[in-house]
Design a protein around this ligand. Structure first.
Ligand code: AMP
Length: 215
């Protein structure tokens, strides 16, 4: 099973991807995570991308398609993938179609997480995560049992993303509507789009996604 999670920043793609990893043993392919890791490791690609990411702009299609293509050559992708944050432009969607054919893979569904801008802004402003294991938290909706300590790995390394600030967020939202929202029409026309209500609470969204992929 290979899925795309599509939706604006803050719609819950990362959160839902993690559930899908646990429930179906899929591999989460988050281009945002890959780029952030590359930046933290100080690789050439990472350093090139860091400024763009922090501004809230998209990195080039060539760069991101290159890292996805390399990742799809690893053996662990055979058990199924969740594309989280990729594709983000029509150019990337075309490139993904070609890559999937080339690598003998098929797309099972494109799940669109529909969300209002106001809800997204509230979510983004309060979110943070564990710097050690990546578990996501929120100041209002999902607090750890002990403040500052990760429920999952027990470390006290909470952090907020550099691009989760109002300025960068506005740019990310604008880029979403300009570059990524056209993918909704694209996948709808290809009959692979399944919209779910991304404003519902986390468990309900998970239920709706399960219903799509087990239908
Ligand atoms: P995300 O973690 O998916 O919100 O991505 C964080 C940032 O990484 C984005 O704002 C972009 O700067 C960059 N990025 C991630 N995925 C892509 C992509 N598919 N195309 C272009 N830029 C991306």
């Amino acid at each position: 099973m290979n899925l795309i999670l599509l939706g604006p920043p803050g719609a819950g793609k990362g959160t839902q991807a993690r559930f899908l990893v646990e429930r179906f043993g899929l591999l989460q392919l988050s281009t945002g995570d890959m780029l952030r890791s590359a930046a933290a490791a100080g690789t050439e690609i990472g350093l090139k991308a860091k400024e763009t990411i922090d501004r809230g702009d998209l990195v080039t299609d060539d760069l991101v398609v290159g890292i996805v293509s390399d990742r799809l050559d690893e053996p662990d992708v055979k058990g199924g993938i969740i594309f989280d944050g990729f594709p983000r432009t029509l150019g990337q969607a075309d490139a993904l179609d070609e890559m999937l054919v080339e690598k003998g893979m098929e797309l099972t569904a494109v799940v669109e997480l529909r969300c209002d801008d106001e809800i997204i802004i509230e979510r983004i402003a309060g979110r943070y995560s564990c710097g050690n294991c990546g578990e996501g938290y929120h100041r209002s909706f999902k607090k750890p049992e002990k403040e500052g300590v990760c429920d999952k790995c027990g470390k006290s390394e909470m952090q907020q993303r550099d691009d989760d600030n109002v300025e960068a967020f506005r740019t990310r939202l604008l880029n979403y509507y300009k570059d990524t929202a056209p993918l909704i029409g694209y996948y709808h026309a290809k009959r692979s789009l399944s919209p779910v209500d991304g404003t519902a609470d986390i468990d309900e969204v998970t239920k709706q996604i399960n219903a799509v992929i087990t239908a």
